[in-house]
Design a protein around this ligand. Structure first.
Ligand SMILES: Nc1ncnc2c1ncn2[C@@H]1O[C@H](COP(=O)(O)OP(=O)(O)O)[C@@H](O)[C@H]1O
Ligand SMILES: [Mg+2]
Length: 232
């Protein structure tokens, strides 16, 4: 059997609130096979973003292991964790976090420039990535001139620029109208199907959740399978 992309063992996260501790994840045990697509559902405050941040090496667990490609993310030195975030994991947030003073192309090329890839190649890759999300026409525009849906597609192009093994999206359609959100959802599903990118999407959008191979719900710090919105 091949090793799963992610293996979570006894994963626990406790946030220190102003007055008391908030136990967000109570010891999760689950695997995410490479190439999988999954939706994480759950009420506001149930810990969805906390879980995604752990999967993205943006935060460390309070206890337990979070193995990614066989390495425990919690044990990585900061420099190594930054390298994993740059090259192996793509993140898409509810807000696009593009830099307004740069063009779409420059924004999308950023992970390659950070990775030390020469400018010419970085920009060639960025054009390719923008074409993947159907934004060929807008590359030289400042991102401030793009519509909400176009900005989110540019954010996706940036996230997948270096072909990460995992693409993590936190309410990626939360700021978009229904039709635009549907386009962005289709795009994410296509990146999973065509590039084999493992996809984990936190969402309240049931149409988007239905596009994923499986659905899990966070409740009371535990994850439960929730398959009533299956595709077929
Ligand atoms: N950095 C933090 N410090 C303290 N409490 C936090 C922090 N991040 C999240 N929390 C708390 O943890 C709980 C889960 O938050 P979050 O993971 O953002 O949930 P969700 O994304 O499902 O809405 C909430 O009660 C939230 O207030
Ligand atoms: Mg959240």
């Amino acid at each position: 059997m091949t090793e799963p992309l992610y293996a979570l063992r006894g994963l626990r996260k406790v946030h220190q609130g102003p007055a008391e501790e908030v136990v967000v994840l109570r010891g999760l045990d689950f695997d995410i096979p490479a190439g999988d697509s999954m939706a994480i559902l759950g009420a506001s405050g149930s810990g969805k973003s906390s879980l995604l941040h752990l999967l993205g090496a943006l935060d460390r667990p309070t206890a337990g292991e979070i193995r990614f490609k066989g390495r425990d993310l919690a044990s990585l030195a900061p420099v190594e964790a930054a390298r994993v975030r740059n090259r192996d994991i793509g993140f898409v947030f509810q807000f696009h976090h593009l830099l307004p003073e740069f063009t779409t192309l420059e924004n999308v090329a950023m992970p390659a420039l950070i990775a030390g890839i020469p400018r010419r190649e970085a920009f060639a890759r960025a054009r390719e990535s923008l074409s993947l999300v159907g934004l060929d026409e807008r590359v030289e525009h400042r991102v401030t001139t793009l519509s909400g849906g176009e900005r989110q597609r540019a954010a996706i192009a940036r996230a997948v620029l270096l072909r990460p093994a995992a693409l993590l999206a936190d309410e990626p359609t939360g700021n978009l109208d229904e039709a635009t959100g549907a386009k962005v959802g289709d795009m994410l599903a296509r990146l999973n199907a065509e590039l084999g990118m493992t996809l984990v999407v936190v969402t309240h959008n049931h149409n988007l959740a239905a596009l994923m191979g499986r659905r899990l719900e966070l409740q009371g710090g535990e994850l439960y399978a929730r398959n009533e919105t299956s595709r077929s």
